[in-house]
Design a binder for this molecule. Sequence first.
Ligand code: ADP
Length: 320
Amino acid sequence: MIGCRKTSVIGHDISEFIQEPGLLDMIEKAIHQPEDTFAEITDELIMPAAKGREEMIIGIRCIPFRDRLSRNLGSVTVFHDITALKKIDQMKSDFVSMVAHEIKSPLNSVLMQLNVVLDGLAGELTEKQTEILNRISDRITSLTVLSTELLDLSKIESGLINQDREDLNVYELIRDQVISYRETADAKSIRLVLKETGKGARMMGNRVNIEEVVSNLISNAVRYSPNGGKIEVWAHEKDNCVVIQVSDTGFGIPAADQEHIFDRFFRVKNEKTRYITGTGLGLAIVKSIVEAHHGAIEVESTEGKGSCFKVVFPKSEYQI
Ligand code: ADP
């Protein structure tokens, strides 16, 4: 893969054969990992085209190699050529975003013209006509939401490598999201509370993406709660991880459905939720983002009592 023969590399420094700074950095980090930790460093790298081969996308896993006394002797790095997989994924994402985009523009134009009619600018409407047109308008709005979410999902999925990451103040980020949902929660007399924990919590992440995660979880908590409930949002640090939690006293999720809610297009179907509109894409987007940040998401929920979503991000960029 790196275009060298075994005999020509033995006894040489690895940097003579590999120039990728990202990869050298991973190996360096693995070799200098403290004895009391054992973290597998994983990443995806694009290897530019070189003599005799095309550009490759490589899945890389790197671990320290130790002796019996836990001293670092070196590192073991495994390359997995995932170019073909990524290409298929990219084609699928391009297709989805093309379709979603092509649907979104005409729908917006239909919606605008419908509003002209609804506003009475094309002549007076009867009550019945207004009612029907309002129903049409609602359905078209749901379709535009669906195409926006499909576009988001494919954008996120295709942009997961080489993302801009920055040092985020997690408390401030979730506080801003809580503030932006306050009005929606008030309208349903739901108490939306930000707990005063984890004020110093920081993590490396893509700001827009992490905001989307928190926003989706709070939005779901509000939407899937009856009037008058309580939603709590908080962050804290634990075992070198940043944990973000959103709990609600809402409808809850039936046990059998809990393993499916992160699947695309999955929506729980029951009497309580059937009138709540949605696409079933929100949590799939959340999960893609969380995994791209080497994190994990889980849910605890009891039907009729409420749900708690917990997202855990490792603080270092390693997956531990
Ligand atoms: P959407 O909300 O658009 O349907 P999501 O992917 O965000 O899509 O959620 C999938 C399903 O999971 C929802 O349809 C809902 O049934 C369930 N769900 C998500 N969050 C909650 C919650 N906080 N409480 C109860 N059910 C939830």
